[in-house]
Write a protein that binds this ligand. Structure first.
Ligand code: DGY
Length: 446
């Protein structure tokens, strides 16, 4: 795409972020996701920082206005109590079962991948030396630290430095085939499931979305969380889905690293974080790497076994900085092989698995924010050619198909499509596009 055209696309990306702005925060997508989402907001900040740093700061502040007293940062903050296009909305969550939840804003009771430490570092590096930024980081640092404390306190019962999740929504990869075996083994009796009505599949194409059975298990696990006041111990004892996720733990490690950097810059004590970090890095390497498939995997803590599936979380170990040189080369080689086999990078699930589905949400498509994470990790590990492919494939897809939530990975199919999948005018897609272009095309925005 030539420069004027790309400039127009950049303008379009800015307009999307503008239109999705709701007085203090950015919704991911109109109607489909009409509130503030946790990790979405983090990625939005990475785009906003290039043209409205002030707004990026407000975005993050607003997100943390929903933090619970025990440190949990919920995956949704329902700043508006009158929106009706989303299920499960705030009355369904009933977070008042836990006294640590704020009265207002209303929130969900589970969390999402901890991107906030490194997002704060990226904002800081951009405006390093400016008093407003320093004050901002001083304000946010203790809140992000509280979140990490929450993870280590409530989600690591064996104190091994690897934290668990108890709901697929916490992984960010809702209906990944990773969870199939666990979710299929859950027997749900009709009286364990309250009546509910989905809205997502009325707004987005049903073929792009999770299936009904997936939603039943999401609601079942939500009810289980509610029963235990969304608190660690009861859930660890009872939840059939208890997973040490590669993505969550990789991002926690990367965010620890950012907190250590920021803490040293601004004179905060980082002793506790450094202790977490050394244990987490070691456990991640020992427990999550599976030599037989050449991949980092998730670990099913309930059934005490690795989930032997190759998928996108594995590549985030590069961003966490835990992979040794041989492992890093293996991961890089896998991505390059996908390119040779006519895939755009990075499919979210093993393309050779019978569970791969090229358009259904997390069962195969390319996700913009994942390309951002993998791009950074590849660069950090010296694989700049592959990093450029990861970046360029996403830019080209957006240029051709628009600012969708996710994209087709198979070249043969994708090249025939005029659009991506899921929601349109999507905030993190716009934000990642801006960040990718600003970094390499020589600051097109002013
Ligand atoms: C959804 O509603 O699809 C989200 O992924 C859960 O937060």
């Amino acid at each position: 795409m030539n420069r004027p055209k790309q400039h127009m696309r950049l303008q379009e990306a800015q307009n999307i972020l503008q239109n999705n702005w709701r007085d203090g925060f950015t919704i991911p997508c109109d109607r489909l996701y009409p509130f503030q989402w946790n990790w979405d907001s983090g990625f939005v900040c990475l785009g906003l920082r290039h043209f409205q740093m002030e707004r990026a700061m407000r975005e993050l502040r607003m997100l943390f206005s929903g933090q619970w007293d025990n440190g949990l940062l919920p995956h949704i903050i329902f700043h508006s109590e009158t929106e009706t296009t989303y299920f499960p909305n705030h009355p369904f969550w009933q977070t008042t079962v836990n006294s640590a939840a704020p009265q207002r804003p209303k929130t969900s009771g589970i969390t999402q991948p901890p991107v906030h430490g490194f997002v704060l570092e990226w904002l800081y590096r951009q405006d390093r030396g400016k008093p407003a930024m320093e004050a901002f980081v001083r304000e946010l640092f203790p809140k992000v630290l509280r979140l990490h404390q929450f993870f280590y306190q409530y989600r690591d019962p064996q104190k091994e430095g690897l934290v668990f999740i108890y709901h697929p929504w916490e992984s960010g990869r809702d209906n990944s085939p990773l969870w199939d075996d666990i979710l299929n083994s859950i027997e749900i009796h009709p009286d364990q499931l309250p009546a509910y009505e989905r809205k997502d599949n009325l707004i987005s194409q049903p073929d792009d979305r999770p299936q009904q059975r997936d939603y039943d298990t999401y609601v079942y696990l939500l009810e289980l969380g509610k029963k235990h006041a969304y608190d660690g111990p009861g859930i660890a004892a009872e939840s059939p889905y208890l997973v040490q996720d590669s993505l969550i733990n990789a991002l926690l490690i990367r965010s620890n690293q950012s907190l250590i950097y920021l803490g040293k810059e601004l004179g905060f004590d980082t002793g506790q974080i450094e202790e977490w970090q050394s244990q987490s890095c070691e456990s991640f390497q020992q427990k999550l790497w599976q030599e037989s498939i050449g991949s980092y995997t998730c670990y099913d803590l309930r059934h005490q076994r690795p989930i032997y599936q190759k998928e996108i979380g594995s590549y985030c170990a590069l961003f966490a900085g835990v992979a040794d040189s041989r492992q890093a080369h293996l991961l890089d080689g896998q991505l390059r092989e996908l390119v040779e086999r006519n895939f755009y990078l990075c499919p979210s699930f093993d393309v050779d698995s019978e569970r791969f589905e090229s358009r259904r949400y997390w069962r195969g498509p390319i996700w913009p924010q994942m390309n951002w994470l993998i791009y950074q990790g590849l660069k950090d590990n010296g694989f700049s050619d592959t990093a450029q492919l990861v970046r360029q494939h996403l830019i080209d897809l957006i240029d051709r198909q628009g600012f969708y939530e996710y994209f087709e990975a198979q070249k043969g199919i994708s090249d025939e499509l005029e659009h991506g999948y899921g929601g349109g005018n999507f905030s993190w897609t716009a934000a990642v596009y801006i960040d990718f272009l600003q970094e390499s095309a020589g600051r097109l925005l002013v």
